[in-house]
Design a protein around this ligand. Structure first.
Ligand code: 5AD
Ligand code: SF4
Length: 440
């Protein structure tokens, strides 16, 4: 690689989950402290960070085609850094296959970007996929300006080893950040404008500190921060759903009545083959306890159709589970073999046409469930945290406590918390009528 002048502008493109969005924000803040500014809309950036996701589909192929398309208007190429989970999984291979890439940096090492950029400007390429425990959080700059909804990564990695999932390999073992660091970061997020904080982790409810305090203790502490109106957390594993956390849904008003608790499938043989370590029944018992603590809670989940060996009858069990739970919203995916995971080598991979048909049926059932949940909300009064302007003049969009999109027309501003009455429901959103502005 030839030496290039140090970059003046950057663009971070994040794909995949909310943890990647959080990492993307922190990388952007780090680059800003180096005197590199975000490229304006339509402006070519000197440095492009592709913050990649490896969870499904042809993630790596997509990265190579994205790299190919990064030429600038004058024909030159920007400095390219590949970050995120594809970087972690395929570091050296990316270097070998994509000469245009100067830096490959894993999710636990991106605090080293400034040094890597200096090397890149000298014409040297570098790969860093180390997983030093926690150090990125110790050295990243403090949070600055954020919108009303902020993410806060509290836990990373996974020790569960579900047989389809690549996360234990890309994000490493479960690590919890310290209580004090998190409270401090939450405070700085609120000072920077956040009114709602979503705590993030691949197994967020497995968060535990050195004194064995669980997530509910952290939520309790954050709820005392003046100005922080709402707390959410995602993604949880059924086995880590403790009584303390369930009670927090009853006792802490700032903890929103929403729980994303993936089940993946509705059949015990499939769950066992997935190494999920819970059954349909134990999952349903958790749901019952959560509902007893917080009757209005909105439930969400993730589903995989077409796991190797899944029969028609086993898939029907998933539909039955959907019917029983009454989800407020869900994500559903076709099984995708991830290199290096046990399920990728299993016999009886399900044909794509069968997966397509199952996904369609599942999504129809989930949409019906979501619409029913929204319709049942009509007539309720609730708070809405205003996130952005709507399409119509004077219209605003925000979220209800149950994470529904709500639009209403009134005098408001982003970050306001208003009270509305929900008057009409669609499959993906509701309309509300302003009752009162609570705070601006
Ligand atoms: N194939 C399809 N979906 C997957 N997920 C994770 N790994 C795979 C895979 N190999 C889904 C799960 C998980 C969500 C984040 O992505 O449903 O909960
Ligand atoms: Fe994708 Fe998983 Fe990495 Fe998130 S942690 S970016 S979902 S592979």
């Amino acid at each position: 690689m030839r030496p290039t002048p140090p970059p003046q502008t950057y663009r971070v493109k994040s794909f995949g989950c909310q943890m990647n969005v959080y990492d993307g924000e922190r990388m952007a803040e780090l680059l800003a402290t180096q005197g590199i500014r975000p490229a304006a809309d339509g402006e070519d950036a000197d440095l492009v960070v592709l913050n990649t996701c490896h969870i499904r589909e042809k993630a790596a192929e997509k990265v190579y085609s994205d790299i190919g398309r990064l030429r600038r208007e004058d024909g030159s190429a920007p400095l390219i850094a590949v970050a995120g989970c594809v970087a972690q999984a395929e570091g050296e291979e990316i270097m070998a296959r994509a000469p245009a890439v100067s830096m490959v940096v894993g999710p636990q090492a991106y605090h080293r970007l400034p040094e890597m950029i200096e090397q890149a400007a000298l014409g040297q390429r570098s790969v860093d996929t180390d997983m030093p425990a926690q150090t990125k959080f110790d050295v990243l700059p403090a949070r600055r300006k954020v919108g009303p909804n902020a993410f806060l990564t509290v836990q990373e990695g996974c020790d569960k080893f579900c047989t389809y999932c690549v996360v234990p390999y890309t994000r490493g073992a479960e690590i919890s950040r310290s209580f004090n660091d998190l409270v401090e970061e939450a405070r700085s997020l609120v000072e920077a404008g956040a009114r709602e904080i979503t705590l993030l982790g691949q197994n967020v409810n497995a968060w535990r500190d050195d004194s064995n305090r669980g997530l509910e203790k952290l939520v309790e502490e954050l709820a005392a921060i003046p100005g922080l109106a709402r707390i959410r957390y995602t993604t949880s594993h059924p086995n880590d759903m403790t009584e303390g956390l369930i009670e927090a849904h009853r006792d802490i008003p700032q903890l929103m009545p929403f729980l994303h608790l993936p089940v993946q499938a509705g059949n015990d043989r499939v769950l066992k083959a997935m190494n999920r370590s819970h059954t349909v029944d134990s999952y349903l018992r958790i749901i019952d306890r959560v509902r007893a603590a917080r009757p209005d809670i909105a439930l969400s989940g993730d589903f995989i159709v077409g796991f190797p060996g899944e029969t028609d009858a086993e898939f029907e069990d998933t539909l039955k589970l959907v019917e029983r739970v009454g989800y407020a919203q869900c994500f559903s995916f076709k099984y995708s073999p991830r290199p290096g995971t046990p399920a990728a080598d299993m016999e009886d991979q399900v044909p794509m046409a069968v997966m397509d048909e199952r996904l369609q049926r599942l999504q129809a059932a989930l949409s019906a469930s979501q619409l029913a949940f929204n319709q049942a909300s009509v007539g309720k009064r609730c708070t809405v945290l205003v996130e952005r302007k709507g399409k119509l003049p004077g219209q605003w969009l925000g979220k209800s406590p149950w994470l529904q999109s709500v639009h209403f027309t009134a005098d408001a501003a982003i970050g306001d918390l208003v009270e509305v009455e929900l008057v009409e429901a669609g499959p993906n959103s509701l309309s509300g009528r302003l009752v009162s502005a609570i705070s601006g």
